[in-house]
Design a protein around this ligand. Sequence first.
Ligand code: AMP
Length: 113
Amino acid sequence: MADSLFTKIINKQIPAEVVYEDDLCFAIKDINPQAPVHLLLIPKKPLDRLSNAAADDQALLGHLMLVVGKLTRQLKIDGAFRLAINNGAEAGQSVFHLHLHILAGRPFHWPPG
Ligand code: AMP
C-alpha cells in the first residue's frame, strides 16, 4: 500500500511543522487551520481510521489520549480545546491515516453542525 501523506511527513519526504514527537506518535500544525491552534496528533503506525483499530492498538490509543493532555497543558490550552476525529469520507476524513484534530483559541459550539 502506498505511504499516506502523514507517513511521508514523518519520513521527511514532505515538510511540515512538527511540534511534538515520541516513539509512537507525532504532532504537526494543520496546513489549513480552523482555529488559532489547530494541531494534528498522528500515530506513526499507519492505521487508516479509528474504526479499524484492533485490540492490539489499545495501548497506542491510550497513549494518544495522554499525549493530548500533555500537549494541551504545555500549550496552556488545557482549559478549553476541542478534540475531533473524522472517521470515513462522509464524516469529513480526507487523509486515511488516523489523526486527532486538537483545536483551541476560539469558542466552539455544540452541536457542531
Ligand atoms: P481530515 O479531513 O480529518 O482527514 O483531516 C486532514 C487534515 O490534514 C486537514 O485538516 C488538512 O488541512 C490537513 N493537511 C493536509 N495536508 C497537510 C499537510 N501537508 N500538512 C499539514 N496538514 C495537512
